[in-house]
Design a protein. Structure first.
Length: 378
């Protein structure tokens, strides 16, 4: 019945809503997956709060840099996560003049179906996500999302104690908050890369360079988080690391095929290549040396340097400069939320050009790939 409802919703996708009917995406994606249980007791909230503040303290000591936590921290179910990401991508896509088709609903149905399938699949796998509000009207309100039903499910599948597993996941996402704090240029750098890629696609050009640059930056972001997680906890969660790595590599053939069809699947590569890069640097130069990657955009590694970290070590001038923001005030300035309703979504992309509708598919696939690239753990 859920599949039937999703198909029926997508069949009603309307070209008057733009190249993607976000309302149809929301309806189809949420109909395809159960929301999962979201405990609303105060103990659950306090446990997350404690883990988040503890993680900030551990990470600060490990990288020798203070940072503030995001202003919004949310415990979500799967439907909440879908709504949050649709909201993000709808706002993002309105920043670009992407040609749209007004003659037929078929391309809009295809685009909306692809987005809905990707979001519903990821919503069942994502454990936590850091949202830096790329190209948002509110760029200063970074957010942390924790998909509680998935954390509980995976902890059970891995035969791991829930409290311990939750703490490990929280630690990973808080590390992303540290990255965007100690590198204040990182958000604008990502926005520039994304804008260049999207603008190129909307103009009818297929240039792999901008997408490769986005993937490289995301690989650095994920790799740094993986390395810091392991070292700040002094390998006390090594068993969870092994189990999660095994889970990432043990997807069924059907799931793997579907992920490839949808254009998602680069996240594991980002974890592995990024972690290997930073592990090598930490072993040769020490953990604090890895922080040099956040000095400025020129300090980011190239694809060649990701493959051979010694090239990056030889090129980058090590610094010991710190970034100071009081940790004590971080949580007090934050907002801790539990969602109870789903956001109503609509699209505002104008409809203009039929002859270039094929580029919608290219842009749609880029958005799906970008979803997979976001700072998250799954």
């Amino acid at each position: 019945m859920a599949v039937y409802d999703s198909v029926r919703t997508l069949a009603q996708a309307n070209s008057s809503q733009g190249m993607i009917d976000w309302a149809a995406v929301s309806g189809a994606a949420t109909e395809a997956v159960s929301p999962g249980e979201l405990p609303r007791d105060s103990a659950n909230m306090e446990n997350f709060k404690r883990d988040i503040t503890d993680a900030a303290t551990h990470i600060s000591r490990t990288i020798d840099a203070d940072f503030s936590l995001p202003s919004v921290i949310e415990l979500q179910n799967r439907h909440h996560w879908i709504a949050s990401n649709i909201d993000m991508f709808e706002a993002m896509i309105t920043q670009f003049d992407i040609p749209d088709v007004s003659v037929s609903n078929v391309p809009v149905v295809i685009n909306s179906a692809s987005m809905a399938a990707a979001l519903s699949m990821l919503s069942s796998n994502v454990l936590g996500q850091y949202d830096p509000r790329i190209l948002s009207d509110t760029p200063d309100t970074h957010r942390l999302y924790f998909v509680v039903p998935n954390i509980e499910q995976v902890a059970s599948e891995l035969d791991a104690e829930f409290d311990r597993f939750r703490r490990w996941i929280v630690f990973h996402e808080v590390t992303h908050a540290a990255e965007f704090n100690i590198a204040p240029w990182l958000q604008s750098h990502l926005e520039t890369q994304l804008t260049t890629a999207m603008q190129s696609l909307s103009e009818g050009h297929v240039d792999q360079t901008p997408l490769t640059e986005v993937n490289t930056t995301m690989t650095v972001i994920e790799g740094f988080a993986e390395m810091i997680m392991d070292r700040a906890f002094d390998q006390q969660f090594a068993d969870l690391r092994r189990k999660v790595d095994q889970r990432r590599g043990s997807r069924s053939a059907v799931t793997t095929l579907l992920r490839r069809f949808l254009g998602i699947g680069m996240k594991r590569d980002q974890y592995e290549r990024g972690a290997a890069f930073f592990d090598t640097i930490a072993k040769r130069e020490g953990v604090r040396a890895t922080k040099a990657v956040w000095e400025d955009p020129a300090s980011l590694p190239t694809q060649a340097e990701l493959a051979d970290p010694q090239i990056w070590i030889d090129r980058v001038v090590w610094t010991t400069s710190g970034y100071s923001l009081p940790l004590a005030a971080a949580w007090e300035n934050g907002v801790y939320r539990l969602h109870s309703t789903q956001t109503s979504l609509s699209a505002r992309v104008p409809i203009r050009h039929f002859i270039r509708w094929v580029w919608q598919a290219v842009v749609r696939d880029f958005l799906i790939i970008f979803i997979e690239s976001l700072p998250m753990i799954k």
